[in-house]
Design a protein around this ligand. Structure first.
Ligand SMILES: [Zn+2]
Length: 285
C-alpha cells in the first residue's frame, strides 16, 4: 500500500466514543461499534470515583505505582461493581512492553489481583464467558478485538514499544491459532491514548518508527520543532496488515494528555495513576 492509499483508508476509519457515568462519579469510555454488540461488554476507566489521593487521585487501577495495594484493590472493587463486572472474573495482563499474548480461561480468574500474576504478557485472549480481560494503561493504547462468529475476544496493552513491534498482529495471530478466528470477522478498536499532536519523541525514535512503518506518514512536527508520531496510524496499519477490514476498525480519538478525566504518564511527569481497559463475553454465539 502506498502512503497516499494508506492515508485515504486511515482518514476514513470511524472515530468516536461515548463517555458514560456509571454512578458514584465512576466513568467509562466506550467504542460505539463495540457497544452495539450485545454479546460483549467493554470499557476504559476514567480516573474519578475512587479512594486514592494525591498524585493517584482517585480511581488508580495500577498495582505498579508506589501506592498502597489496598487502595488499588478497593478501586477495583468500586469499578467492578459500577461496571457490573463479576468480582472474581478478572484476569490482568502483566505488561512488559513486549509482544507476548496469552490465552486465558476460567482457571486464570483472579490472577494479578487476588492471586499470582500471569507470566509477563501485554496481550490476553479468551473465548470463556467466565473471564473478564483487564489491561492497564496511562498513555498507552488499548487494542480491543471481538470475533462475533467464534465468540472470542482479545485485549492488549500497546505502549509505543509494543505498538511498534506490532503486538496487535500478535493478538490476531493468537486468536486465529486458539479459536480459528478469521481476521475478516474481527471488530477492532483503540482506546484513549496520547494523541498524534502530543506524542513528542526524539529523532531516533521517530526514525525507527518510519523504518518499521514505511507506508505510513506517521511523523509530524510540533510547534516546538520536535518530532511527533501518530500512534493511531501505527494501530490501524497493523490491523490492516492482519487482515482486519477498515470498516470494522474504530478509534476513540481521545487524548490522555489532554483529557483531564484521564491519567497521563507524560503530562503528570510519571507521578500518576493508571486506567484499566476491560472486555468480556456476555453470551456465546
Ligand atoms: Zn493530545
Amino acid at each position: 500500500m502506498t502512503r497516499d492509499a494508506f492515508l485515504s483508508v486511515y482518514h476514513a476509519i470511524a472515530r468516536g466514543y461515548a463517555y458514560r457515568d456509571l454512578g458514584g462519579n465512576v466513568g467509562v469510555y466506550r467504542l460505539p461499534s463495540f457497544s452495539a454488540c450485545d454479546a460483549i461488554d467493554h470499557g476504559f476507566s476514567a480516573k474519578t470515583g475512587g479512594v486514592s489521593t494525591g498524585d493517584f487521585a482517585s480511581l488508580n487501577l495500577s498495582f505498579t505505582r508506589p501506592e498502597q495495594r489496598e487502595n488499588v484493590l478497593e478501586n477495583y472493587r468500586i469499578f467492578a461493581k459500577a461496571a457490573s463486572i463479576p468480582w472474581e472474573s478478572m484476569v490482568m495482563d502483566a505488561y512488559e512492553h513486549g509482544t507476548t499474548v496469552l490465552k486465558v480461561d476460567q482457571n486464570d480468574c483472579g490472577r494479578g489481583y487476588l492471586r499470582d500474576p500471569l507470566p509477563a504478557c501485554d496481550g490476553i485472549v479468551t473465548n470463556d464467558p467466565a473471564v473478564t480481560l483487564i489491561t492497564g494503561h496511562a498513555d498507552c493504547m488499548a487494542f480491543f478485538f471481538y470475533d462475533p462468529i467464534k465468540g472470542a475476544i482479545g485485549l492488549c496493552h500497546a505502549g509505543w514499544r509494543g505498538a511498534k513491534a506490532r503486538i496487535g498482529k500478535e493478538v490476531v495471530r493468537k486468536m486465529t491459532e486458539s479459536f480459528g478466528t478469521d481476521p475478516k470477522d474481527l471488530l477492532a478498536g483503540v482506546g484513549p491514548s496520547i494523541c498524534p499532536r502530543c506524542f513528542e519523541v526524539g529523532d531516533d525514535v521517530a526514525d525507527a518508527f518510519e523504518a518499521d512503518f514505511p507506508d505510513c506518514p506517521l511523523r509530524g512536527k510540533n510547534a516546538r520543532g520536535k518530532a511527533t508520531i501518530d500512534l493511531w496510524q501505527v494501530a490501524v496499519c497493523q490491523f490492516l496488515e492482519s487482515g482486519i477490514l477498515p470498516e470494522r476498525i474504530e478509534l476513540m480519538g481521545v487524548c490522555t494528555y489532554e483529557d483531564e478525566r484521564l491519567y497521563s504518564h507524560r503530562r503528570d511527569h510519571g507521578r500518576t495513576g493508571g486506567m484499566a481497559a476491560y472486555l468480556r463475553i456476555l453470551k456465546k454465539p
